[in-house]
Design a binder for this molecule. Structure first.
Ligand SMILES: CC(C)(COP(=O)(O)OP(=O)(O)OC[C@H]1O[C@@H](n2cnc3c(N)ncnc32)[C@H](O)[C@@H]1OP(=O)(O)O)[C@@H](O)C(=O)NCCC(=O)NCCS
Length: 155
């Protein structure tokens, strides 16, 4: 697996396309400026695009203000997506392990993520690598409206 940082206009278009395939309409990010809030990576396996991830360093997403707020030493996982045809093959876990390694390499001491309450796959993947639930956001998501679960990993 190779994670390659998005740079070109085409890379950002691929990020939007992956979002459209992986997330409900309300969660799709179509604004390239929003993607540029963080570091975005395309995930390749044997030359095939299988997914993407977006990470925001030294900030976290505050659901009360709907803004990123400063948080030195924190990596916020804004998005992790594996294309539907490639799910269940272990790629999500490999990306998660890569994210944790990167956070350590960047000197972070914690990681944060928010996920839809019904997203059992992401919640159990996070739990399996040590993330703990630290809060419920009600409501957090729209289309469909749903509570969010905030999870944290202390590195
Ligand atoms: C969540 C997601 C990234 C997982 O990626 P994946 O490549 O399918 O997951 P993996 O095959 O690596 O599985 C890793 C772990 O995830 C969990 N998991 C994956 N699919 C699952 C499912 N259908 N039900 C329950 N748990 C599941 C398991 O804990 C699994 O561990 P195991 O292999 O030891 O059983 C992927 O399903 C996805 O992109 N979903 C759509 C986008 C999304 O919801 N992203 C998260 C936003 S916060």
């Amino acid at each position: 697996m190779k994670l390659v940082r998005a740079k070109t206009k085409k890379d950002y278009q691929l990020l939007v396309n992956i979002d459209r395939e992986c997330f409900p309409p309300g969660d799709v990010c179509t604004d390239v400026d929003d993607w540029k809030t963080g570091e975005c990576y395309l995930v390749w396996v044997d030359g095939m695009l299988v997914g993407a991830t977006a990470l925001v360093l030294n900030k976290y997403f505050d659901w009360t203000t709907y803004e990123y707020e400063p948080a030195p030493g924190c990596m916020y996982i804004a998005s992790t997506a594996i294309l539907p045809t490639q799910q269940g093959l272990g790629y999500g876990r490999q990306v998660k392990e890569w994210q944790i390694k990167l956070a350590r390499k960047r000197g972070c001491f914690m990681m944060k993520i928010s996920t839809r309450e019904a997203n059992i796959a992401m919640r159990s993947l996070n739990k399996s690598v040590g993330f703990k639930v630290v809060g419920i956001i009600d409501p957090a998501y729209s289309e469909p409206t749903e509570r969010g679960v905030d999870m944290e990993l202390i590195l």
